[in-house]
Design a protein around this ligand. Structure first.
Ligand SMILES: [Mn+2]
Length: 358
């Protein structure tokens, strides 16, 4: 029986995203990945902005603990668009958000991942781009994004990751609202939100961990602000307390050649402000990027250097393999199959063990 890495003292806690009992990847599967500590999941049965029922939270906790794993990370509690847009109705949604923090903290959750991206969340143009080895992966090609501009009337294209609950007209409406907004006003709305939620997180002993914008540049002229070192510094200074931290997503930051991810990992880990890490390798291309296998030589990122930066700066938060390719004939949710993410987890274990022992 191998020990979970999380039980061996102050070290990283290996985790794995699970989409609930509808997920083709089962808790049993996940439990058999060596060193697995905790499950990363969320309540999916209520609309964005509403309060999660204690019952649904309790069911998740029970399922996960019955499988021998811990329920300590939520990804994510999504932020309602009215909060990002700074509408009058935001106060109600922020109250709900605070209540969700209290409720998941009450169930033992220690870390909450969220993002502040206008409308589109993560953006890719292909979900099953074939790599030379026959595996398929998620990819982003700028020329395809340019063709899918939601405000171009003659374009019927949509992109994966778009919120399907919006009609085309609604999507146009909300995109126009954001286009009328500057980056500075998005910052103001983020600060307003942070000032309300961080005191609650402190009371509840929960670490909030904002996820960088994915990819870390503006899409369709919409403002995006969690994109680079300068902006991460600014974000952390909005509330200069441990509970106001980040999810370091190597793929989101690393798809832009401007970000030195290992350097950022060292800096923010040393400050004690990285609570959660998404480890993913990407190949940075002239016209975008492709997600790749975790191994450093498969992409642009030096995964060893990033893990070393975390290790050498006493990182002891949660870490999970981020998206995986589809391999060995597996089908399912793009990026979230079992096999390649499990290979990724094992690779991360190997890097960490070597760092511990050297
Ligand atoms: Mn991520």
């Amino acid at each position: 029986m191998c020990e979970s890495s999380g039980e061996m003292g102050i070290t990283m806690k290996l985790s794995f995203r699970w989409y609930g009992k509808e997920d083709k990847v089962t808790l049993k599967n996940i439990r058999q990945i060596p060193g697995m500590h905790s499950i990363v999941t969320a309540v999916y049965d209520v609309p964005v902005g509403e309060v999660w029922s204690r019952e649904s939270i309790g069911v998740l906790k029970r399922q996960i603990e019955d499988a021998g794993l811990k329920f300590e990370v939520v990804e994510s509690i999504p932020v309602h668009e009215d909060i990002k847009l700074g509408k009058k109705s935001r106060d109600r949604y922020i109250d709900n958000y605070c209540e969700n923090i209290r409720r998941v903290a009450g169930a033992g959750v220690k870390c909450i991942c969220y993002n502040f991206m206008p409308v589109f969340d993560w953006t890719r143009t292909e979900l099953a781009h074939q790599l030379p080895d026959g595996s398929t992966t998620l990819a982003y090609y700028q020329e395809q994004v340019d063709r899918a501009d939601p405000l171009q009337g003659d374009s019927d294209l949509t992109l994966p990751g778009w919120d399907a609950s919006y009609s085309r007209e609604e999507l146009k409406g909300v995109v126009e609202e954001y286009r009328a907004m500057t980056e500075e006003s998005l910052w103001e709305n983020l600060e307003y939100f942070i000032r309300k939620i961080i005191p609650v997180a402190r009371e509840c002993n929960v670490n909030m961990a904002i996820h960088e914008d994915d990819p870390c540049w503006s899409i369709f002229g919409l403002p995006r602000i969690i994109t680079c070192e300068e902006n991460l510094d600014r974000f952390l200074s909005l509330a200069n307390v441990t509970n106001n931290g980040i999810t370091l997503c190597t793929g989101s930051l690393g798809c832009s050649g401007h970000n030195n991810v290992a350097k950022l990992a060292a800096k923010y880990a040393a400050m004690g402000r990285i609570h959660f890490v998404h480890m993913r390798n990407v190949a940075v291309l002239e016209n975008g990027f492709e997600e790749r296998a975790h191994l450093s030589s498969c992409g642009t990122l030096d995964m060893y250097a990033i893990m070393k930066a975390l290790h050498d700066n006493d990182f002891h938060g949660y870490i999970r393999p981020d998206h995986g390719r589809m391999i060995w004939g597996e089908t399912g949710r793009p990026g979230y199959g079992l096999y390649d993410r499990a290979l990724g987890a094992t690779y991360l274990n190997g890097l960490w063990e070597a760092l511990e022992k050297q």
